[in-house]
Write a protein that binds this ligand. Structure first.
Ligand code: WTA
Length: 665
């Protein structure tokens, strides 16, 4: 029976939430603190006193090296840092072999649950067996150390096998989130010159099957660098196989040898590339290497989640296709020998309480998810979680976007029964691992603040000139290298420097987020300062969406902005000017534009609002002033419009936005 004594619903809940909104600080619950791995705040000073030594200790304590590094950090050529450069290591060995060698082969690595409720337990020994075979199969196909392998696979255990098999032989993987369209996959395979792509026949999505291989075929045909497509039979959807290029995963794995010794790799050998959105339409290939990255994710996963691998069931409800999945579904948990839950589907299929059913069923202790999911659950009502026994939970985490205090409190109260610390973790694809976060047994939390940098890590808020702002809002920067930082943008070194190290110099990493520091030195992340939009925790570039929209033959011009959204944090709002004399588009064009975006990027990038604009606000030199469009969309007082070529444009647009808002409400 569910224990509902601590979780009010209905009016009592609203009452309790408004009381809690008055509470500024939450201490770590005593019961939690007593058993926490870290409970002495001196860890911060200790790490600060000798930060290189501190990271070096993490690297040695948490990882097994074929050759231990004697060097910690080579900072002779910023921003090209090297960590543990003379060490030799292998990620898949650290994730699997050493646990199996220690007698933990039968331990469950993943309790997998599929959309229709079927379950599969995958042990460490299972993973090691499959990874070795698939690694050999890749080698048999001619994939060598240094070759890039694309992975476009949904949330099934084979995605982990594919990633670790690549890591085992030193072939950097390039995973593409399953929600991206095949066009995006092609682009990412092309930019990275991938030699092979691992994908599936079909993917299940809320009771339907998407024909993934067929979509891939439609876009990949003439890509000369791509020699092989390896197809995992996942749904049995059936698909065409091209002779000489396509092979079935199960067939090549069956023919492969059992044993594949892990390649001893340099610590700075590339582990993976992950494309993410930046200010321009072309995605950035974030490159992570091995030793430093593994050190960062192992340490943060262990201490931020207070992980006790022999007791805990841990669940990161992200998708492996994003960095959160790379670091906190795959590498962090496996390095630490954790037992995780892996859920194939969405939060609302087959029902809106499926997450709570999973927590109850697997007795999940640690849950890590995005604020967008929490806001959706709030909307669906506290009655749904109340139907389930969530008493196994002892720690809750969030990531990906700012969490509003009400959602934080709801999570704390309704899901955590007021006994679980909440860790709001700030980080990025670029940082590889969590950077600003509470330590659950130590930090006093404030709802809405990610609190303080992780031990050994620094962060600062500065003004446009780079001068520190002790209190108040400014730009977030990181002044010191950290082990899991990106090493470059794949094949775009100039862009790497330009994007992150031009603004404040080569020794200061420019984050791209605005933040504020309060009187206790706590960080409050406000949001992006560039043209990146965060929709449901998914990073998108406005330029990317604009270029998809203008590819419609009737569109002359478009400006896309991120608009605050109660449910998804931000949503896409597109101002569109049509070709010729047509002023307003109709529903057909609207639908076509949304389809274009779905086709070019993915469904999650479709604009929520499309506003027909006779003209866009431009400066005399022709630059679109997105700032003004944001002001209109948010209903703010307009800033300075005197630099506009034609100030009348704004009045017209303002009228349209108001009209649309009235229609919507
Ligand atoms: C935002 C996701 C506020 C931020 C791990 C960052 C956050 C971008 C938080 C990176 C948080 C991430 N609070 N904002 N706890 N976590 N962000 O690369 O704007 O997909 O720059 O990495 O998400 O998104 P990315």
């Amino acid at each position: 029976m569910a224990d509902t004594t601590e979780t009010p619903t209905g009016e009592a809940l609203e009452q309790k939430l408004s009381e809690l909104l008055e509470v500024e600080r939450f201490e770590p619950p005593e019961e939690f603190r007593e058993r926490a791995l870290l409970k002495d705040p001196s860890v911060y000073e200790e790490a600060e006193r000798d930060w290189k030594g501190w990271w070096s200790r993490q690297a040695k304590e948490l990882l097994d090296w074929f050759e231990e590094p004697t060097e910690v950090l080579d900072d002779s050529d910023p921003p090209f840092y090297k960590w543990f450069a003379d060490g030799k290591i292998n990620a898949s060995y650290n994730a699997l072999d050493r646990h199996v060698d220690a007698g933990k082969g039968d331990k469950v690595a993943f309790h997998w649950r599929g959309e229709e409720g079927e379950e599969r337990d995958v042990t460490y020994a299972d993973l090691l067996r499959d990874v070795q075979r698939f690694a050999n199969a890749l080698k048999d196909l001619g994939v060598q150390k240094g070759d890039v392998v694309g992975i476009y696979v949904p949330m099934i255990p084979e995605v982990v096998v594919a990633m670790l098999a690549c890591a085992r032989i030193g072939a950097p993987h390039n995973v593409v989130f399953g929600g991206f369209s095949a066009t995006s996959v092609r682009e990412r395979m092309e930019f990275s010159e991938a030699k092979a792509l691992v994908t599936v026949d079909g993917a299940r999505r809320k009771g339907k099957t998407a024909p993934i291989k067929q979509q891939v075929d439609e876009h990949m045909g003439d890509l000369a660098t791509l020699e092989h497509i390896i197809v995992i039979q996942s749904t049995g959807a059936g698909c065409d196989m091209q002779d000489g290029r396509d092979v079935w995963y199960h067939e090549i794995v069956e023919q492969a040898e059992d044993e594949c010794p892990p390649e001893p790799l340099d610590a700075e050998h590339p582990l993976y590339i992950l494309y993410t959105s930046g200010s321009t339409a072309k995605p950035k290939g974030i490159l992570h290497t091995t030793g430093g990255y593994l050190t960062g994710v192992a340490a943060t996963h262990k201490y931020v989640f207070d992980l006790k691998p022999d007791e805990d069931v841990y669940w990161c409800a992200a998708d492996v296709g994003w960095v959160t999945g790379h670091s906190y579904i795959v590498y962090g948990p496996l390095l630490n020998g954790a037992t995780s839950v892996m859920w194939e589907g969405a939060p609302d299929y087959p029902s809106r309480d499926v997450w709570w059913d999973i927590v109850e069923h697997f007795k999940v202790n640690i849950l890590y998810c995005a604020p967008t999911a929490i806001r959706a659950f709030m909307k669906w009502g506290a009655d749904l979680p109340a139907k389930h026994d969530l008493s196994s939970l002892r720690l809750l985490g969030t990531v990906g976007e700012p969490i509003n205090p009400k959602a934080w409190l709801w999570y704390h109260l309704v899901i955590g029964g007021s006994r679980c610390p909440v860790v709001d973790t700030w980080w990025q694809t670029e940082t590889g691992a969590i950077m600003i976060t509470p330590l659950p047994g130590i930090t006093t939390t404030k709802p809405g603040s990610a609190t303080k940098p992780f031990p050994g890590t620094t962060a600062d808020v500065v003004d446009e000139e780079g001068k520190p702002i002790e209190r108040g809002q400014g730009l977030l920067v990181i002044r010191r290298p950290w082990p899991s930082m990106l090493r470059t943008l794949y094949k775009e070194e100039d862009r790497f420097i330009e994007t992150y190290f031009d603004k404040f110099g080569r020794d200061t990493y420019f984050v791209g987020d605005a933040a504020r520091k309060d009187e206790d030195g706590y960080f409050w992340i406000i949001g992006r300062v560039d043209d990146v939009v965060n929709v449901s925790g998914h990073r998108l570039s406005t330029a990317e969406v604009e270029s998809a929209i203008v590819s419609h033959r009737k569109v002359a011009e478009s400006a896309v902005i991120g608009q605050s959204d109660e449910d998804t944090g931000q949503s896409i709002c597109a101002f569109v000017t049509l070709e010729g004399s047509e002023d307003e588009g109709d529903e057909t064009i609207e639908a076509e534009i949304r389809d274009r975006v779905a086709d070019r990027i993915g469904k999650f990038a479709r604009p929520k609002r499309i506003i027909w604009a006779g003209d866009l606000p431009k400066t005399r030199s022709g630059k679109i002033m997105r700032r003004l469009l944001r002001d209109i969309a948010e209903g703010r007082e307009l800033g300075d419009v005197t630099t506009l070529r034609d100030p009348a444009v704004m009045e017209q647009l303002e009228g349209k936005v108001k009209e649309l808002q009235e229609q919507e409400s």
